[in-house]
Design a protein around this ligand. Structure first.
Ligand code: AMP
Length: 426
């Protein structure tokens, strides 16, 4: 017997019934991006492996062990995108859009792929909404992206949110700090996990990010990067804080926050949700001033974030705020032998309304049962009597009330009845 085919581990089907919440979140993400002046950018789901090796960083967990990398038929090494920023940067550079003085606000929405260990809130194919400001070094750009992220989450109704903010310094102040960490941890090297031993060589700041308890214990006693910031980085952080305060957004300074990617400079932030346990970060981002140049563009600064769609939906569920689809459907029920007329009428009504039509030859009673099952609000009944009188029967499926309306006035009658029932008719 052949084995039953199943979705691959770490991937999920989003079925009707669940997809409506996704659509509501995606719609809100698009709406808020547009309100903040961000325009959509769509980049390929796979890229040359080298883009991520360079653009995400050789020392990151993503590049070291989480990428879906494979040779294509010509032997080129390709990788399914594990995150969105590198592809966006590549696309803007390739289109000649990263000249000094240019400013772009872009957003993306779509699947990312990481060979992570699947658990609640962590998948191998997951979805992100992300936004980037390319071409501004202003702390206000950092503030703007943070506000965009928290406003989207807020508009979905989420309450238990915390914005964590930190600065990871820049090329002026970070190297000395990294050297200091190396000096402090060098003698304790053997106590660190194998990953951290490697991090110590490649990017010591990343030991702050380690989830292994014995490493966390050691990291806990390290001096924070915050205390070693140069004047420019310190001023930048102060202005980000001031901007958030001016806009009325709350935040916490988290000196231990470093983001997983190598290219961050100065601002790093995350938005956490109180009820999600270990995977509590809904999204995060920061400034990555060196990335565009590193990938072959001009030396233009940039800042951005990405938010996990699955995790945000989990948080909404925890708070009982999962968006529900509102049913506003019209069911067109027909008498025997009136199929042709019903098909014509349904097509006409579908210019404005969501209309269900029974596909089988069933009696009126069975059709109305179908209408209930589908959650339709209204039924339009087309029977022999109605045809003779040039009318239709309009039935409210919630109250059971029904009345006759002239065939020619059906659209207005439906619009009014749906508005009264709180639906839009779409
Ligand atoms: P990162 O790019 O790792 O900073 O991730 C940004 C956001 O994407 C996280 O805060 C999560 O909400 C989400 N995310 C990252 N990795 C996964 C994953 N494997 N499964 C589901 N969501 C993820």
């Amino acid at each position: 017997m052949s084995k039953r085919l199943q979705a691959m581990r770490g991937t999920r089907d989003i079925l009707p019934g669940e997809v409506e919440a996704w659509q509501a979140l995606e719609d809100a993400a698009r709406r808020f991006s547009a309100r903040y002046g961000y325009r959509e950018i769509r980049t390929p789901y796979f890229e040359a492996t080298e883009l991520f090796a360079r653009g995400v960083g050789e020392s990151t967990d993503i590049v070291r062990k989480e990428m879906y990398t494979f040779p294509d038929r010509k032997g080129r090494s390709l990788t399914l995108r594990p995150e969105g920023t590198a592809g966006v940067a590549r696309a803007l550079i390739e289109a000649g859009l990263t000249q000094p003085g240019m400013l772009h606000r872009v957003y993306y929405l779509g699947p990312m792929f990481r060979y992570d260990r699947p658990q609640a809130g962590r998948y191998r194919q997951f979805h992100q909404w992300g936004a980037e400001v390319v071409g501004s070094a202003s702390p206000w750009a950092d503030v703007e992206t943070i506000l965009l992220l928290v406003d989207l989450l807020g508009t979905m109704g989420l309450a238990g949110l915390t914005v964590k903010l930190n600065s990871v310094g820049d090329a002026t102040c970070r190297p000395a700090f990294q050297q200091r960490i190396r000096e402090i941890l060098g003698p304790r090297r053997a106590e660190l996990c194998p990953d951290c031993q490697e991090r110590l060589d490649k990017n010591p700041l990343r030991v702050f990010d380690c989830k292994v308890p014995s490493c966390q214990e050691i990291v806990h006693h390290l001096p924070p990067m915050l205390d070693s910031l140069c004047d420019a980085c310190r001023a930048h952080l102060e202005q980000v804080k001031r901007g958030l305060e001016a806009a009325g957004a709350r935040y916490e300074i988290d000196p231990g926050l470093v983001r997983g990617l190598d290219y961050y400079a100065r601002t790093a932030y995350e938005v956490h949700h109180g009820q999600l346990g270990a995977q509590s970060a809904l999204g995060g981002g920061g400034r990555y001033d060196g990335l565009i140049h590193l990938l072959g563009g001009a030396d233009v600064p940039a800042v951005g974030f990405s938010m996990g769609v699955e995790r945000t939906l989990l948080a909404l569920e925890e708070e009982g705020k999962t968006p529900r689809p509102e049913s506003a459907g019209v069911f067109l029920a027909r008498g025997a032998g009136l199929g042709d007329e019903a098909l014509r009428l349904a097509r006409e009504l579908r210019r404005r309304f969501q209309v269900y039509l029974d596909l089988e030859e069933r009696g009126l009673g069975a059709q109305l049962k179908q209408a209930d099952r589908l959650g339709a609000r209204l039924a339009v009944i087309l029977g022999e009597d109605e045809v003779k009188a040039g009318e239709l029967t309009l039935k409210d499926l919630a109250t059971g009330e029904q009345r006759r309306v002239p065939r020619a006035g059906i659209e207005e009658a439906l619009a009014a009845a749906l508005a009264a029932a709180g639906g839009t008719g779409r």
